[in-house]
Design a protein around this ligand. Structure first.
Ligand SMILES: Nc1ncnc2c1ncn2[C@@H]1O[C@H](COP(=O)(O)OP(=O)(O)O)[C@@H](O)[C@H]1O
Ligand SMILES: [Mg+2]
Length: 147
């Protein structure tokens, strides 16, 4: 019997907000309809800036702001729509179901869930998980586990 370990971690550093947006913009190129991405990491680690770049990279020129209070912002008009959610203030799963979580998953767009780890049971098994953290020098690190 032979085991082949193919686990790897991709890590990228961004040392300015603009560089963070550039990473999101680059990620847009490989996005397919129905893709779900959970963004995990503390306040201020760059999750919303990455999403700004993603929305721009998909060809939508709307201004992207944090959906912390409204739970969800929708960005149509690009190559496919982006549904940008933030679970930070979410109290329970029912709240998200009530605003149409299942419909967002089936809408043929990209679903971005900041603080996705707060309700991981909501994320489909094929979701990608990006981990954001802050370095000692103030730059931000994004890590993604792959197999
Ligand atoms: N790579 C980075 N380097 C330095 N500052 C950054 C970087 N990414 C974001 N910021 C700054 O951090 C703050 C929070 O960014 P934001 O994207 O709102 O984080 P989050 O959504 O994770 O709370 C903003 O003031 C932004 O300009
Ligand atoms: Mg945010």
């Amino acid at each position: 019997m032979c085991f082949i370990f193919t686990d790897f971690v991709m890590q990228t550093l961004a040392d300015t907000p603009e560089a963070m947006m550039e990473l999101g913009r680059a990620a847009a190129a490989g996005m397919r309809p129905g893709e779900v991405v959970a963004l995990v990491g503390g306040l201020g680690t760059g999750k919303t800036h990455w999403t700004k770049g993603l929305v721009a990279g998909l060809g939508c020129d709307a201004e992207v702001t944090s959906p912390t209070f409204s739970l969800v912002h929708e960005y149509p008009g690009g190559r496919m729509p982006v549904f940008h959610l933030d679970f930070y203030r979410l109290e329970n799963v029912q709240e998200l179901i009530a605003i149409g979580w299942d419909e967002y998953l089936d809408a043929g767009g990209v679903v971005i869930a900041e603080w996705g780890d707060k309700f991981p049971e909501l994320l489909p098994p094929e979701a990608r998980w990006l981990h954001f953290s802050m370095e000692g020098d103030g730059s931000r690190r994004i890590s993604e586990h792959g197999t």
